[in-house]
Ligand binder design. Structure first.
Ligand SMILES: C[S@@+](CC[C@H](N)C(=O)[O-])C[C@H]1O[C@@H](n2cnc3c(N)ncnc32)[C@H](O)[C@@H]1O
Length: 291
C-alpha cells in the first residue's frame, strides 16, 4: 500500500541517534588507512546540527524515479556508497511512498556507515544487506536500480571506469543508474581560495552554539567545530580530478549504458581541483542498460 501522505527521507531517518553512533564509534570502526575517521565521525552530526537534518541533495529526483521504476516492477536496488544513512532514507521512503517493499543492497568500503545503515535497516524493518566492500571490485546480481550520490567523483579518473562497469554488470537489462552529482564545467577557473576562509572562526562559533543547542556536551561541540573548520578550510579538495559531463557520458557509453537524462539543478559554484578551481553544478542523471 502506498503511503496516504508521502514521506520525506527526514520523516524516517532518526538522525540524532545515527549521528551519535558515528560520533562515538567512527574512531574504532573507520580503517586508519582510509583516512575517513574525521569525515565519517562528523558527517551525520553536521547534517543534524548545521543542516537541520536535511537529506542529501536531489531526494525529490530519486523519489520520482523510484516511483516510476517501482510502478514498472523494480524491487532490487544497489546503493553504491553513502557517507551515512541519508541515501538509504531516500530509497526507503521513496519505495514506501510507492507502496512497494524493496530488496536493498548497500555497499561502502567503510564499516562506520555500513553499521549506521544496518541500524536504520533494523529500525525500519527493511530487507537490507549492508556490505563493507570496495566498489572497484564489488558486483551484485539482478539489480533493477543502482543509486549513487556524489560517489564517482571521489575516485581517481583511471578508476572510474571500473566502478561504472561494476554498476552495469550489477543491473538487469532495462535497469537504470540514478545518480546525483556535481559535474564540472570545462576550463580552469581562478586560483583557489577557500570561500569564506576569513569567516571560519565566526562559522565555528555559530556551529558550537548550534551543537550546544542540539544537546552536545561543551567538549563535543568544540570538537565538532574543530573538525568542521578543517572541512571548510580544505574541502572540497579534489585530488581525484573533477568529473565533467563529457567524461561521464564516455564512462557510461564504455560500460554499455545509455544516458537518458543529465539535468542541471543548481547554480554553478567554484570548487578546488588541486591546481586551481573549476566551476561545477549539481546534476541529476539517469543511465539505462538496454533491455
Ligand atoms: C562522498 S561520500 C558519499 C556522500 C553522499 N553524498 C551521501 O550523502 O552519503 C563517499 C562514500 O564513498 C565511500 N567510498 C570511497 N571509496 C570507496 C570504494 N572504493 N568502495 C566503496 N565505497 C567507497 C566512502 O567511504 C564514503 O562513505
Amino acid at each position: 500500500m502506498a503511503q496516504d501522505t508521502p514521506q520525506t527521507p527526514k520523516d524516517i531517518e532518526p538522525l540524532a541517534r545515527i549521528a551519535r553512533f558515528s560520533w562515538d564509534w567512527a574512531p574504532a570502526l573507520c580503517a586508519p588507512g582510509d583516512g575517513c575517521a574525521d569525515y565519517h565521525r562528523a558527517w551525520s552530526m553536521l547534517r543534524l546540527v548545521q543542516a537541520q537534518g536535511k537529506p542529501p541533495a536531489g531526494w525529490a529526483f530519486f523519489h520520482a524515479e523510484i516511483a516510476r521504476a517501482a510502478a514498472q516492477g523494480a524491487r532490487r536496488v544497489l546503493i553504491s556508497g553513502g557517507a551515512d544513512t541519508g541515501v538509504l532514507a531516500i530509497v526507503a521512503s521513496g519505495f514506501r511512498n510507492a507502496g512497494v517493499t524493496p530488496q536493498i543492497t548497500y555497499v561502502d568500503r567503510c564499516a562506520t556507515p555500513v553499521m549506521q545503515n544496518r541500524l536504520l535497516g533494523a529500525e525500519l524493518g527493511l530487507d537490507l544487506t549492508a556490505c563493507t566492500a570496495d566498489m572497484l571490485s564489488f558486483r551484485a546480481e539482478g539489480m533493477d536500480l543502482v543509486i549513487a550520490h556524489s560517489f564517482l567523483v571521489f575516485f581517481p579518473r583511471d578508476h572510474r571506469g571500473r566502478v561504472v562497469a561494476n554498476w552495469a554488470a550489477s543491473l538487469v537489462p532495462g535497469g537504470a543508474v540514478l545518480m546525483s552529482s556535481a559535474l564540472a564545467e570545462d576550463g580552469e577557473g581562478e586560483p583557489w581560495r577557500p570561500a569564506g576562509a576569513d569567516d571560519i572562526p565566526t562559522r565555528q562559533a555559530r556551529l558550537t552554539e548550534q551543537a550546544r543547542a542540539a544537546g552536545l556536551a561543551p567538549a563535543e561541540a568544540a570538537e565538532l567545530a574543530e573538525v568542521a573548520g578543517w572541512f571548510w578550510a580544505t574541502r572540497p579538495t579534489r585530488r581525484t580530478g573533477p568529473l565533467a559531463e563529457t567524461e561521464l557520458r564516455g564512462l557510461f557509453e564504455a560500460a554499455g549504458l545509455t544516458v537518458e537524462r543529465v539535468d542541471y539543478t543548481a547554480k554553478a559554484t567554484a570548487a578546488r581541483t588541486g591546481t586551481g578551481t573549476v566551476r561545477r553544478r549539481r546534476a541529476e542523471i539517469v543511465a539505462r542498460k538496454p533491455a
